[in-house]
Ligand binder design. Structure first.
Ligand SMILES: [Zn+2]
Length: 174
């Protein structure tokens, strides 16, 4: 059965490892990880999840933007499972905006990200797909992609002055 899995938090070495490329998309282990990621993400008010966040070192992410308590202004979309994703920025333009992370509870920070990206990935059928992402969804993708490389968003924060507590974020910016 698919189960809600505990979220791995900052300090756990599994968040700092480069995740493995998925070789066989149809393997039961892979299908089970994706199902667990889907129910785990649905049980939170996050808008994306990477496999290392449930302790699975595979290059799998889910982008599932929807308005939640954590992200009231997030656009609604059907969630996308991306296996072995990669991306290139389609222009150099970056913007800073607020991010949080289920693996780093209690804080938010301003993070610079590319605003327009081209993403390549495999879907759950193993098909190789390309998609252009912009704005908030491009930001969520880059955040989750970082998890696959062993990075977290705090690594990209330009100044400690750009970090606030979750409580102050809710008071000041929501
Ligand atoms: Zn995260």
């Amino acid at each position: 059965m698919h189960q809600i899995r505990p979220i791995v938090e900052l300090g756990d070495p599994r968040l700092r490892k480069e995740a493995m490329v998925v070789g066989r998309v149809f393997e039961n282990a892979v299908i089970n990880i994706i199902s667990d990621m889907e129910v785990t993400l649905a049980s939170t008010d996050g808008v994306g999840l990477a496999a290392p966040q449930i302790g699975e070192s595979y290059q799998i992410i889910i982008i599932g933007s929807r308005p939640t308590d954590r992200y009231p202004l997030a656009p609604q979309m059907d969630s996308i499972v991306m296996i072995n994703p990669s991306f290139t920025a389609t222009n150099e333009h970056c913007e800073k905006d607020w991010e949080g992370c289920l693996s780093i509870p209690g804080i938010r920070a301003l993070v610079p990200r590319y605003t327009e990206i081209q993403v390549d990935y495999q879907d759950i059928n193993g098909l190789r797909l390309h998609v252009h992402l912009s704005g908030f969804i491009a930001r969520v993708f880059q955040h989750e992609f970082d998890h696959l490389m062993g990075h977290v968003y705090l690594d990209r924060v330009e100044s400690n002055l750009d970090i606030v507590s979750e409580k102050m974020f809710q008071e000041l910016y929501v």
